[in-house]
Design a protein around this ligand. Structure first.
Ligand code: HEC
Ligand code: HEC
Ligand code: HEC
Length: 126
């Protein structure tokens, strides 16, 4: 069901051009709103990596990610239910949630924010 919906989402996204631009297109986004408080390392989201594969609207419209660092309240419960990152990281479109360390890969203490300006320059590459 979720998968079907996402295929539709991706199809629709191919039909429309992307809009807007920001330096986040090329960077890594660190999300550490609640991760470390809950005993996990900060999340490193390689924006550039996803941006070259998907249209902006897939995430910022269909999946409802607000376009501001750490402005989204994302819980693992939501992700497991197929929302936010979990719309794709479900073992079908991309590797699944069991791979904690692939997302929670930030250096301890790293605050939320945008890091680097291209793929060779992010906190995800320690
Ligand atoms: C696909 C990426 C991804 C994977 C895989 C992932 N997480 Fe997360 N996780 C996130 C994001 C994004 C947040 C939100 C971080 C924030 O706001 O600080 C989060 C938040 C959390 C939180 C705090 C919020 C809450 O729901 O309690 C905990 C605890 C957590 N993750 C544990 C885990 C564990 C344990 C695993 C492996 C079983 C895991 N995560 C796998 C992306 C992921
Ligand atoms: C795979 C999902 C995904 C795609 C595709 C995507 N983004 Fe994002 N974007 C995110 C996430 C996740 C965040 C961080 C949100 C957070 O920290 O809560 C973000 C953050 C941003 C921000 C905030 C930067 C800041 O300064 O706070 C901007 C601007 C942005 N994206 C623009 C874009 C544009 C423009 C595109 C298309 C060219 C795009 N995004 C494609 C998921 C995506
Ligand atoms: C629209 C679909 C989509 C969403 C939403 C999405 N991802 Fe991904 N992500 C992918 C795909 C596809 C890959 C590549 C998977 C593969 O290589 O098997 C990937 C790969 C990754 C990688 C590995 C990048 C690398 O360098 O290999 C990380 C880390 C990651 N995602 C984190 C996240 C986090 C954190 C979120 C939520 C904030 C998220 N993703 C949301 C589709 C998505």
């Amino acid at each position: 069901m979720m998968r079907k919906r996402l295929c539709l989402v991706m199809f629709l996204s191919l039909m429309s051009g992307s809009t807007g631009s920001a330096h986040a297109e090329y960077a890594d986004v660190v999300i550490n709103r609640q991760a470390e408080k809950n005993g996990m390392r900060p999340v490193v989201f390689p924006h550039w990596f996803h941006r070259i594969r998907f249209r902006c609207r897939v995430c910022h419209l269909e999946l409802q990610f607000k376009m501001r660092v750490a402005s989204n309240i994302i819980t693992m419960g939501d992700i497991i239910d197929g929302k936010f990152c979990g719309a794709c990281h479900n073992g079908e479109i991309a590797w699944s949630v069991e791979n904690c360390d692939l997302c929670h890969s930030g250096k301890p203490g790293l605050p939320s924010g945008i890091y680097g300006s291209d793929q060779t320059n992010g906190p995800g590459r320690f």
